[in-house]
Write a protein that binds this ligand. Sequence first.
Ligand code: NAD
Length: 396
Amino acid sequence: MNIQPKTRGFICTTAHPEGCAQQVKRQVEYVKAQPALEGPKNVLVIGASTGYGLASRIVASFASGANTIGVYFDKAAEGSRTASAGWYNSAAFEREAAEAGRKSYSIVGDAFSDEIKAKTLDLIRTELGKIDLIVYSVASPRRTHPKTGETFTSVIKPIGGTYSNKTVNFHTGEVTTAVIEPATEDEIRQTIAVMGGEDWQMWIDELQKADLLTADATTVAYSYIGPEITHAVYREGTIGRAKNDLEATALRLNKQLGATGGRAYVSVNKALVTQSSSAIPVVPLYISALYKVMKEKGNHEGCIEQMYRLFSERLYTGGETPVEPDGLIRIDDWEMREDVQAEVMQLWADLATENVYEKSDLEGYRREFFQLFGFETEGVDYEADTNPEVDIPNLR
Ligand code: NAD
């Protein structure tokens, strides 16, 4: 069939298998061109099919020669519906990994469930033995608690007062004001239940109980802090409360794994175009301004560059992992540099519909958004007849 993008709000409901494969290949090539790492050898990535999780899996496999298991929530093609981008990405990743002689396996399903945890543990036992790195990179709007059966929904809202700031419709370039009413106590509780640390803790507990971790195992989850202008809706809002919980979980896990020489971290990453970040009001406009400034300064990074730097300059340096006094790894250091933020804020003050393409990299944002789904990618013939049905070689 002929596959073209179909958007509904900030999601794209189609994906292109060859475009996704090209995007994965580009990331693999980037990593292959960097120095190899003395890093992990058997890696579990939870939330492995897109964004930061996919990039972590690629770095582990191609910089450190690791065997990997990816757990993710994606859909195969069915009838006239294409598969989701994460499905095509993972199929492409597994083909690349096999070619390079690395083992890789996929488990598709709800990482929050007991069933998927048990299935993953069985697979580790039979195929990898023990795991020395667990990356937790799930971003989800919903979670059903495995013990109580309650389904929680996460929201992105401020706490205590109404928030308003500029936002953009990145399809049309229209800059308007987003006004977001404060969250209720119950919405805060539910967002923490979805995006906080409870599930990460459950995974580590299960892995430890089953004796499937090496004594010096490392685990890392991802967080975001960002600029003052988004604090009320992000860092000091519902999602920030969830990130506080995630960060508190890291401190607990660091003690738990530290007893045998292991370690746990939260890494604060840069704001980037991913399926998750495009759903947050204000953030796409901020990212567009940030991209303009960082591209001009020559220090712009995407997911793969961020994750290679996280592995090579933070997690696997051969010595101590540099952390802040609060225990956080900061790989958002270039985003948060004073000169970068000062220039972004200068642009921000003026941003309006009339000048958004000139004063921000909205065109770059829009293109990257479509590239997440395999569109607007060089070397792909979008007029060609394309088979949407793609197998993931080692799907269990
Ligand atoms: P993403 O949407 O690209 O990826 C999310 C992953 O989670 C996908 O692989 C998806 O399949 C998986 N997933 C979702 N629900 C699942 C479920 N129930 N079971 C199994 N897998 C599931 O998101 P991302 O932006 O890469 O975010 C990953 C982490 O990085 C999040 O913690 C996010 O807060 C953090 N982060 C993101 C940014 C950013 O700007 N994008 C910046 C800093 C930190």
